[in-house]
Design a protein around this ligand. Structure first.
Ligand code: GTP
Ligand code: MG
Length: 201
């Protein structure tokens, strides 16, 4: 898919105030600092569309971006960031939970996982929760530039075997790097295929 336009629409902390249009929507979620905002910039080819930072906790709101005037990308705050205060964390968790439970336009959540790490309970639990609530998701492994090819293969195989403890099938997954622009076409084509199917059915 070619990205012809990518515009910031709005930020807020209340799912009820998100854009009313019924355009298909894709959200990026995962631990703080995993690379959600960077991935949005990489996919859209706009360096500063979503705000990024080396310090975790940068994205604090639900941010809608309108792509090619016909679908939305959503940047969300990270979960599991210890340095935000407990009350801030609770507020985040509340509106993220509300977003996933009530956003009818949400077609697919992309759960971002840092490819360098062992499977983390918080991510596995979050995917479990999405599954229990019938929210479709795919996995995006990030920061692939940080590992050599054989380590990538090994980490993916380890991740798959852990997923198979709870899932019958491995969800769709993508291997990406925002700094080296890896996985861009794969993710965009996946979105394009879903959008195309929706408009024909
Ligand atoms: P929060 O908004 O705090 O939840 O974080 P985020 O998940 O949006 O992460 P963000 O995109 O702000 O990136 C966090 C840090 O990781 C930044 O220093 C990025 O430059 C770095 N980063 C993101 N993606 C990649 C990548 O693919 N490769 C490398 N090497 N660094 C990356
Ligand atoms: Mg962010």
């Amino acid at each position: 898919m070619q990205i012809k336009s990518a515009e910031f629409v709005m930020s807020n902390s209340n799912v009820a105030k998100c854009p009313k249009s019924m355009l298909p929507e894709y959200a990026f979620i995962g631990r703080s600092n995993v690379g959600k905002s960077s991935l949005i910039n990489m996919l859209t080819g706009r360096r500063n569309l979503a705000k990024t930072s080396g310090r975790p906790g940068k994205t604090q709101l639900i941010n809608h971006f309108l792509i090619n005037k016909n679908w939305h990308l959503v940047d969300l705050p990270g979960y599991g960031y210890a340095r935000v205060s407990k009350s801030a964390k609770k507020t985040f968790q509340k509106f993220i939970t509300q977003y996933f439970l009530h956003r009818e336009q949400l077609i697919n959540a992309f759960v971002l996982i840092d490819i360098r790490h062992e499977p983390q309970t918080i991510d596995l639990e979050f995917m479990q929760w999405l599954g229990e609530n019938g929210i479709p998701f795919s996995i995006i492994f990030t920061k692939a530039d940080k590992l050599k090819a054989n380590a990538i293969t090994r980490h993916i195989e380890d991740y798959k075997s852990v997923l198979l403890n709870t899932w019958e099938e491995i969800p769709n997954y993508f291997i990406t790097s925002s700094s080296k622009t890896i996985g861009k076409e794969e993710v965009l084509n996946f979105i394009e295929d879903i959008n195309a199917n929706m408009s024909t059915t």
